[in-house]
Ligand binder design. Structure first.
Ligand code: SAH
Ligand code: SF4
Length: 373
């Protein structure tokens, strides 16, 4: 039975779905901020201070390898230079404004940014391997109807420093050593392919062995299906791994819950994913949010399998995380098990995301920083 009531709008949602426009950027403050600058920009900065170019390399090392957070910590620079930097150049990483600890060990942090905006990141320790869930924008322009961030609309892009800074701040806060393996997932607030330039600038700092030194293979970017962005990303090297939020298996349903599908439908999406140049052994993750009575039928399961077979992939089923007023319900346990079985029987690698931090609203799609009236 097709349910067409609550939470399944028939018309375009009354939201800002302007992803074809660039999102606003942070307005620069009175002093330059070194946190997040790439080496060429640091060189320009030290040149403007009348310092020799090698100082830029020392600052780069302090910022990204040592993850220092104040000029006073730059023991590789002279006292005189530190004093000048203190006076003339900001070193502002995102600050933790609030932390909520979940019983499962994960911590949701609210980061305060230079203009007062707040975004969220989640620290999820899984045994030896820690995963950090990162935001890419303040809000999101994509307007998916099941997503709390989507309700905010888009405020602005995060800068490269704000993106890499979530990692720096969380690694420092949780006491991670410089060479500990961490996974990064861009599954927090925002659509990363709507902010690809800043995201790739951050990715360069994060993946540089002389910087944060995180292997590109451990970084996953999740998109709602901006085909133009998928094509741009495919042409970059190195690049993060790709995850696609599929979430529905017919154009009718996908267009209702994810407005982006009205521009690039399932066929256009499958074609872009099949053309995405993969490394040996690399697979595209298909995220699939299970909404009871909307996207969780056994027919959906069969169509999901057929979609997944069109290119090297693995499927991650995500039971819907309820949030106030969404109008959607999570699936039953029995249905999750049935769908897993159905997909496995068709030879598809499938996992279920038991969302962490659910008791503190840090789970996927619950990241929203504004009170709704
Ligand atoms: N904008 C990107 C990345 C952030 S959303 C994207 O859409 O892919 C990260 C994941 O959370 C996506 O797969 C999205 O479908 C899922 N998600 C959003 N809201 C959710 C909710 N309420 N419950 C479960 N998953 C949700
Ligand atoms: Fe944006 Fe992703 Fe939420 Fe859709 S699911 S509104 S793309 S954050």
């Amino acid at each position: 039975m097709v349910r067409s009531g609550q939470g399944l709008p028939q018309d375009l949602p009354d939201r800002d779905v302007s992803w074809d426009q660039p999102a606003p950027e942070l307005q620069p403050g009175p002093r330059p901020n070194a946190a997040g600058l790439a080496l060429p920009r640091l060189k320009a900065l030290v040149a403007a201070l009348g310092e020799p170019p090698f100082r830029a390399g020392q600052i780069y090392h302090g910022l990204y390898r040592m993850r220092w957070t104040s000029w006073a910590q730059f023991s590789n620079l002279s006292k005189a230079l530190r004093a000048r930097l203190e006076a003339e150049v900001a070193l502002d990483w995102p600050l933790i404004r609030e932390s909520a600890h979940s019983e499962d060990g994960s911590t949701k942090h609210a980061f305060l940014l230079a203009d007062g905006a707040l975004v969220e990141g989640v620290h999820m320790p899984y045994g030896k391997r820690t995963t950090l869930c990162l935001s890419s924008q303040v809000g999101c322009a994509m307007g998916c109807t099941f997503c709390a961030t989507g309700l905010m609309g888009i405020k602005r892009n995060l800068t490269a420093g704000e993106i890499a800074g979530q990692v720096v701040t969380m690694l420092n806060e949780h006491g991670h050593g410089p060479d500990e393996a961490v996974n990064l997932v861009f599954m927090g607030m925002g659509e990363p392919l709507h902010n690809l330039d800043n995201l790739m600038e951050a990715f360069a700092l994060l993946s540089d062995p002389a910087g944060l030194g995180i292997s590109p293979k451990r970084v996953t970017l999740s998109t709602s299906g901006l085909v133009s962005g998928i094509q741009r990303l495919g042409a970059l090297k190195p690049r993060p791994r790709l995850a696609l939020s599929l979430n529905a298996t017919t154009d009718e349903y996908r267009s209702r819950i994810m407005p982006v599908n009205r521009v690039w439908n399932l066929d256009a999406l499958a074609a872009a994913l099949a053309a995405f140049p993969l490394e040996t052994g690399e697979r595209i993750t298909l995220e699939y949010v299970l909404l009871q009575g909307v996207t969780d039928s056994l027919e959906d399961g069969k169509r999901l399998a057929a979609f997944a077979q069109r290119f090297p992939s693995k499927v991650n089923l995500i039971p819907f995380n309820p949030h106030e007023g969404s109008g959607f319900e999570p699936p039953t346990e029995a249905r999750i098990v049935e769908l897993c079985g159905l997909l496995s029987a068709k030879g598809i690698t499938v996992s279920v995301r038991r969302s962490r931090g659910q008791d503190v609203a840090g789970a996927c799609g619950q990241l929203v920083r504004e009170r709704r009236s």
